[in-house]
Design a protein around this ligand. Structure first.
Ligand code: NAP
Ligand code: 8YV
Length: 320
């Protein structure tokens, strides 16, 4: 039996390249026009994709690969993949749930504290030699504040546990009420925003959430409110966020994700009451290796045992 052929769509952790090339025939998909040369040579043989989230996997690419069986995504979010198209073609999509939840929750809490207590601005102040001038007391605090989580899933729950231990009250909004948590449920995002002091987005991206956090939500969050995003930038109406920060509709924001990464609007860069991170919430060697191993194990599970480990809900295994 010839070895399955796998297309690797971007630069992934070394263990992915090492383990996949030991077991399968692998091909790296270069950027730009060179991609066509690779596809022209190998497209008919590709049975699996090891997918980098930096690259979209749309219907066009899938349809150039007539034998494609599985797309293993390097990330829990899979809004970079046209999953309805994959499902229609019976292509399994897998992601990397759970193994990154605690790391991302740590980063979310760090970002929330940095934003409320102006830690980045204070460090810039010190480095500028201004210590003796005395950094102004921060208006922001987490003492006595309520955290509103938009997207109380695996990561949202890990954030809630941490925030509760810090003395914060928690409330949340999902489409579906979660039965096994003690936190109050808000039946809409608007209700959540008006009910909390810190609004934190840990919801997936994609069409279902596109632009939901908009001017009306920032208005409801209010002038003492803080917005934190570790979900996806597409969930936010970014110009509305810029405006809400510029005219102080809200107090501050901490952002790990942006609408058109790696582009960050200059207006955000120019404001001191915004903390900006380069989409790094899961980015430790420990956690990225765990994600990489799960990606590999999904491909091995499929090709060796006929069962992926963590298929996404839209492409369940066994098939329904
Ligand atoms: P998850 O367990 O599936 O949780 C997602 C939560 O969002 C669920 O509770 C879901 O509840 C809710 N939700 C989904 N669509 C919604 C909608 N339209 N309106 C309201 N709530 C909605 O996923 P997870 O593992 O926690 O990951 C969440 C997301 O975090 C990922 O999809 C990814 O985008 C992001 N992420 C970012 C980083 C980073 O580096 N910044 C790292 C990892 C993950 P319902 O289905 O009941 O609505
Ligand atoms: C990573 C993420 O940044 O898992 C996700 O959904 O957004 C992050 O863990 C990404 O997947 C790897 O580049």
């Amino acid at each position: 039996m010839p070895k399955p052929e796998i297309l690797i769509t971007g630069s992934l952790m070394p263990l992915v390249h090492e383990q996949l090339s030991a077991a399968y025939t692998t091909h790296s998909l270069p950027a730009g026009d060179a991609a066509d040369d690779v596809l022209n040579a190998v497209a008919d043989e590709i049975r699996g994709i090891a997918g980098s989230p930096a690259r979209g996997i749309g219907a066009n690419l899938m349809d150039r690969l007539p034998r494609l069986e599985i797309i293993a995504n390097y990330g829990v979010g899979y809004d970079n993949i046209d999953v309805p198209h994959a499902a229609a073609r019976n292509i399994i999509v897998t992601n990397t749930p759970d193994v990154l939840s605690e790391e991302v929750a740590d980063a979310a809490i760090g970002l929330m504290i940095m934003t409320a207590r102006e830690l980045s601005a204070a460090e810039r102040w010190l480095r500028a030699g201004k210590w003796k001038k005395g950094y102004p007391l921060t208006r922001g605090t987490l003492r006595g504040k309520r955290l509103g989580i938009f997207g109380l899933g695996r990561i949202g729950r890990a954030i809630a546990v941490r925030a509760q231990a810090m003395g914060m009250e928690i409330c949340y909004h999902n489409r579906t009420r979660v039965r096994d948590v003690p936190y109050p449920y808000c039946s809409s995002l608007r209700e959540l925003a008006s009910h909390c002091d810190v609004l934190l987005c840990a919801a997936p991206g994609g069409e279902a959430t596109r632009g939901l956090i908009n001017a009306e939500i920032f208005q409801a969050l209010g002038a003492e409110g803080i917005f934190i995003n570790i979900g996806r930038g597409t969930t936010v109406d970014e110009p509305a966020l810029v405006a809400a920060l510029q005219d102080r509709t809200i107090m501050a924001a901490g952002l790990d994700v942006f609408e058109n990464e790696p582009h960050v609007p200059q207006e955000l860069m120019d404001m001191d009451h915004v903390v900006l991170l380069p989409h790094m919430a899961s980015a430790s060697v420990h956690t990225r290796n765990a994600m990489a191993q799960l990606l590999v194990d999904n491909l091995i599970g499929w090709f060796e045992n006929g069962a992926p480990l963590t298929p996404v809900a839209e492409t369940p295994w066994p098939r329904k």
